[in-house]
Design a protein around this ligand. Structure first.
Ligand code: GTP
Ligand code: SPV
Ligand code: MN
Length: 610
């Protein structure tokens, strides 16, 4: 048996509540060793992982890791929120009773880390000194060293964050046990994996994965699911799967801080790291705060504020290149310490590659292995073009490596929120941008956000997979209460943010090309929103909000077919009528406040008259 007391003494971990928690789970999991880590251990841990073959070296001090082939993404079916209050049961949160969930997971974790080291990762999901700090401290216990390296990039990690808590018992207990990955029955009816946020106990128990959001518990399990619950329980804040960026007008000095909810894989990382279009000159500057999570609250001055609780970027690698995301390419350059997961790797040259990094895969197949570790040169010619990298392969870097990181991203006071935008992948109907003037209609728009179902065969043509506020996989309690909490928080703000809906993904109905060039050009739509909010442009009223006129949109340097512009700056009334029917069905699942139904009726009536 490992002498936990001795290890904690030597590490200087003094918080008695943390000590008890560590000792308890070391006992349950049967770990052979316990080690307390902080960010300064990164180099040593990387060296150990290279020696153990868990990581492979990438040129320029970067790293490559592969996860088990059936463990490459979050599993929504195996993820639950547990509490002891059945009223927390929502449509999307897979609610379970707390007691039986803790029991099941304790059983599965019993003895499951035998022979392994249990790493103790004290972390903070907030800039130091923020008004939400009491909700931000946590201690992840994990039996995976690569998880530690990822956490060191994604969160603020060190014992000072938990030794000196104002309330020493106020930290999230986040236990991660990998389990015997080849024998967990992933995807079968005997699936052993279970990822639970026991929200009213502020305890996270994840068993059966070592990948991404399943294993880096500070990120979405704490930063989103637990914080979603805490935000409502305290009545103080919102925790959302939102990006956070600023557009500075260097001529006037004005800032325009935007938070945005786009469902997973719909462009948050790309937009938050974007540079401004060349043709607009150097008047505007976009700076990065966050690409996946924002915590939002009303400050003492009545303004809405936000910060990103994370300290790093866990970005989709696929299609990341100099054209789509130059900031990311710079962020992962040699010397960055980036970790690449589930991309393709060259065992001889120590390079990495993923689909969309370059137009074609490398011609010389020598040395290349795919995301499963299989030699590309052994593939038959027909299969050469099959994915070399997993579509959900990722790069991990700290925010300090993001070239356009905002100078004040560490500022505990956060930044004022000027606008809240929603956007999904929608091939028709949704224009480039529409501004929404009314708070209830803005919240209603967030609740009816969705992205195209990718499983076309199962979905209804033209029907979205609704993803309220881009929080469907992360909601911690019932959707109607969630809507009420949103209305309460925004209602308390004396300065209301602008709401808008954006869509970069509209396609030509015949040949399917994207009607809008997207990526850095998206900044043009946000600049219009800023001008609209200031009353400098009027736009054109439609049933679903105010749309820019062609003259108001700064299109310098773009050469778009008039036909495409007409489409993205107009409303397809017939499709909107159909959509309102789908929305009614969607919203009827929830116990919504009357204000949301009234917003729905106003929009529906306006469309009927259009
Ligand atoms: P998560 O990290 O899963 O929450 O996703 P995310 O919302 O951060 O998505 P990300 O920015 O990684 O984008 C996912 C995909 O959308 C990538 O393949 C991008 O290349 C693509 N994409 C992003 N922005 C645009 C755009 O403006 N136009 C087009 N056509 N594609 C885009
Ligand atoms: C997402 O899937 O929305 C992510 C990646 O941001 S993960 O951390 O795996 O959830
Ligand atoms: Mn995400």
């Amino acid at each position: 048996m490992v002498d936990v007391e001795k290890v904690l003494d030597e590490a200087g971990l003094t918080n008695p509540h943390v000590r008890d928690y560590v000792a308890y789970w070391a006992g349950v999991t049967g770990a052979e060793r316990v080690e307390v880590v902080s960010a300064t251990d990164d180099e040593r841990l990387l060296k150990e992982s290279l020696e153990a073959g868990e990581l492979l070296p990438v040129t320029g001090g970067r790293y490559y890791s592969r996860s088990y082939s059936k463990d490459t993404a979050r599993s929504e079916e195996r993820t639950v929120v547990a509490t002891s209050n059945p009223e927390d049961k929502g449509v999307y949160n897979n609610w379970k009773p707390a007691e039986e969930t803790v029991k099941t997971l304790t059983e599965r974790m019993t003895g499951a880390s035998k022979g392994k080291t249990m790493y103790v990762i004290p972390y903070l999901m907030a800039p130091v000194g923020s008004p939400l700090e009491t909700y931000a401290a946590g201690v992840e216990l994990t039996d995976s060293r690569p998880v530690v390296q990822q956490m060191i990039r994604m969160a603020r990690v060190g014992i000072d964050y938990i030794n000196n808590l104002a309330d020493p018992s106020s930290f999230v207990r986040a236990v991660h046990v990998t389990g015997d990955l080849p024998n967990l029955g992933q995807g079968t009816d005997k699936d052993q994996r279970l990822f639970a946020t026991v929200a009213d106990q502020r305890t996270i128990l994840h068993f059966g994965s070592s990948y991404g959001g399943n294993a880096l518990l500070g990120k979405i399990a704490h930063g989103l699911r637990q914080a979603c619950y805490d935000g409502r329980a305290s009545g103080k804040f919102l925790a959302e799967q939102f990006l956070l960026l600023n557009i500075k007008d260097k001529e006037t000095g004005e800032d325009f801080h935007v938070v945005g909810g786009f469902p997973s894989a719909s462009g948050k990382t790309n937009l938050s790291m974007t540079f401004t279009p060349d043709a607009l000159g150097d008047r505007y500057e976009v700076s990065f705060y966050g690409d996946d999570i924002a915590w939002i609250w009303v400050g003492e001055d009545g303004k809405l504020y936000a910060f990103n609780p994370e300290n790093g970027v866990f970005g989709v690698a696929k299609d990341t290149n100099e054209g789509s995301n130059p900031g990311a390419i710079k962020g992962i350059e040699e010397g960055s310490g980036a970790i690449f997961t589930n991309v393709a790797y060259n065992e001889k040259t120590q390079e990495v590659w993923w689909e969309g990094k370059t137009k074609h895969h490398p011609d010389d197949l020598d040395g290349w292995i795919d995301w499963k570790g299989e030699k590309i040169a052994n593939r038959i010619a027909d299969e050469l073009g099959d994915p070399w990298a997993h579509p959900n392969s990722r790069f991990t870097i700290p925010i300090s490596r993001v070239p356009n990181a905002a100078a004040d991203y560490n500022e505990p006071a956060g930044v004022p929120v000027d606008a809240i935008i929603f956007g999904g992948r929608t091939r028709d109907r949704e224009p480039l941008i529409r501004a929404i003037g009314d708070v209830a209609e803005g919240v209603y728009d967030g609740l009816t956000l969705g992205a195209e179902a990718t499983f076309a065969a199962e979905g209804v043509e033209g029907q979205l997979r609704y993803d309220p506020m881009s929080m469907r996989p992360f909601l911690a309690y019932e959707e109607g209460d969630y809507a009420r909490h949103w209305l309460k928080i925004i209602g308390e703000a004396t300065d209301k943010p602008a709401f808008a809906h954006v869509n970069w993904f509209q396609r030509d109905p015949e040949d399917g090309h994207f009607l809008w060039p997207g990526f850095r050009e998206n900044v043009r739509a946000l600049l219009w929103l800023k001008a609209f909010q200031k009353g400098e442009v009027k736009g054109r009223e439609t049933a679903v909000g105010v749309i820019p006129t062609q003259e108001e949109l700064d299109l310098r340097g773009l050469d778009l077919p008039q036909e495409d512009l007409d489409r993205i700056l107009n409303i397809d009334v017939e499709r909107w009528k159909q959509e309102m029917g789908f929305r009614e069905e969607h919203l009827n699942q929830f116990n919504l406040p009357e204000e949301i139904w009234e917003a729905h009726k106003r929009v529906a009536a306006a469309i009927d008259e259009a």
